[in-house]
Design a binder for this molecule. Sequence first.
Ligand SMILES: CCCCCCCCCC(=O)SCCNC(=O)CCNC(=O)[C@H](O)C(C)(C)COP(=O)(O)OP(=O)(O)OC[C@H]1O[C@@H](n2cnc3c(N)ncnc32)[C@H](O)[C@@H]1OP(=O)(O)O
Length: 184
Amino acid sequence: MTSSPPSPSASRPARPGPASSRTTPPPGAPAPAPSGEGAAVMLASLAGFDGCFGCGSEAESGLRIRHTGVEDGVVTCEFTVRREHQGAPGLCHGGVLATAMDEALGGAAWLLGNRYVTGRLETDYLAPVPVGSDVHVRAWCTGLDGRKAYLEGEARVGGPDGPVAVRAAGVFIEVPQEHFVPES
Ligand SMILES: CCCCCCCCCC(=O)SCCNC(=O)CCNC(=O)[C@H](O)C(C)(C)COP(=O)(O)OP(=O)(O)OC[C@H]1O[C@@H](n2cnc3c(N)ncnc32)[C@H](O)[C@@H]1OP(=O)(O)O
């Protein structure tokens, strides 16, 4: 699995390395310049919606992910692993961690100023994550190719500089607002 490294930046970590050929931007695909405008599109599109399984306050069984910031195109968020998130005894379920990566990579995609859905999501699990852990996730875009946005991210345990537990890479596809179904 190889891909081009993201642009150097103070907040952007060295490329984590999970991307396969299918989640690596094609040669010449530009990495986007960070802009503050995407956040406005995200907020307008999601206004009043609290039902997200990842971050929604109304999703009782959800992860209750807290979005903590955006800097230089890097999205940061965090959540606390609860008992109901277990897979193997005492440890966070891999699907829960994939959800957190989907949320963070999706957030970084929406920051580009359009609406995106997940087309492909790859995850590498590097360390177990115990129940009770605070998981800190960050994600960024590595390239744009037409409607496809290429994203990578990582999750660290215990703090933003804790050990890396998960690395992820994905392709998100731009969709119109009409793609979504109004809540009934
Ligand atoms: C703060 C919070 C912000 C929000 C965070 C949200 C996080 C959560 C995100 C999600 O979980 S989204 C839910 C899970 N994903 C879905 O439900 C997507 C289901 N799939 C679809 O709706 C359609 O298949 C899709 C819109 C992705 C594509 O259908 P289209 O008919 O619009 O596109 P088309 O098939 O023509 O493909 C367009 C391009 O995308 C590419 N593509 C499509 N599906 C792909 C795929 N699965 N993987 C990689 N590339 C894909 C396709 O090859 C093509 O590339 P080219 O332009 O180069 O030809």
